[in-house]
Design a protein around this ligand. Sequence first.
Ligand code: ASP
Length: 438
Amino acid sequence: MNIKVAKFGGSSLADAEHFIKVANIIKADPARRYVVPSAPGKRTSADTKVTDMLYACYEAAVRGDDISDLFAKIVDRYNGIIRDLGMDLDMSHEYERIKASMIHNAGRDYAASRGEYLNGIILAKYLGYDFIDAAKVVFFDEYSRFDGERTNQIMAHELKKHERAVIPGFYGIMPNGTVKTFSRGGSDITGSIVARACMADLYENWTDVSGFLMADPRIVDAPKPIQTITYRELRELSYMGATVLHEDAIFPVRVAGIPINIRNTNAPEDAGTMIVSSTDVYDTERVITGIAGKQGFSVISLEKDMMNSERGFIRRALEVLEKYNIPVEHMPTGIDTMNLLIPTMAIGDNREALINNLCRVLEPDTISMEDDVALIAIVGRSMIKAKGTAARIFSAIANAGVNIRMIDQGSSELNIIIGVEAKDFPHAMDAIYREFVK
Ligand code: ASP
């Protein structure tokens, strides 16, 4: 029988109603043998995630404040779920132990991890699945780095003993026995680790959207969902700000060649987005897989006669930026011109010093710096198969009356990145989207 690992995010487990949806999803497919829950998320936009309540509780305990009221609210969330599900489950000993540990300063990560831990116990009981504490199967080394190989070995061994199990997300254990969490949103990583360890056929990541959309719905009206995306395309789009999945969640399943399926707990009939390592499916009609954008860039433009033949020019320019700890996002060059695209935030108070230094080291004929530049990445594996993609992008932008500040085509032909003025950003995104998606 094939195996699926199903990870459910906090919004999918925010209350009893969602627990019921989750149980129906799991019961609908016997292949869903291993389940990874997050902690209960927000029930309404004004609500607080349990993880945030736990952090607040920890901070109060460190200050020496009485945590009773804060902690009681957390207990209420879980007891509310248990009650509304009609379960016969008394968790008071768990609550007491956690509260006592918090008061005795068991650590920030320990506090935060209890959200997943408690949710895991409830979900396991509700489903009739075994419960495997992540502290027994997810390991960090003494430098707090995730120990992938050790985890894989021990987790694989443990999973074999359980036909069906719930493994809470987000945390593991250090060699000295302290609980350690991944960074925020880290249950995605646990799901991926579990999928790798049981050599799952599929890692399902259930959330509150039906997969990735081709563009940001706050900018483009009703963008279409992405059916299939490769890991590399996803990396390009998430770097530019499209986030649904924790970045580090990709690695464990990617090495094992396991696809990820982003699904919607509130619309399980939707196919969602499939993330795969490679695919033969090219959409030569639509060409692009997605568009993403990022604001807040500055561009330094340099001109110098014979720049082209001057040895070490680029190196010296980069050395100056390095000195001020400024990363370079893009560096399109002409024969005697060069643009340096940098995040405005990174310039800080060094604006004048930076320009002076570049002038001294490079002796350009002209130098200028402009802020408020936005980048738009047009990403698509099918670009390599389609002719005239760049021309279509540029005419769409020109027709929208937008001036292009910069163009950069990735060497893999997977993406084209353009820079526009911030004020034109939404307009340009929309124009490109409409050009490719009719
Ligand atoms: N509960 C944790 C957080 O809020 C981890 C997760 O949801 O994946 O970041």
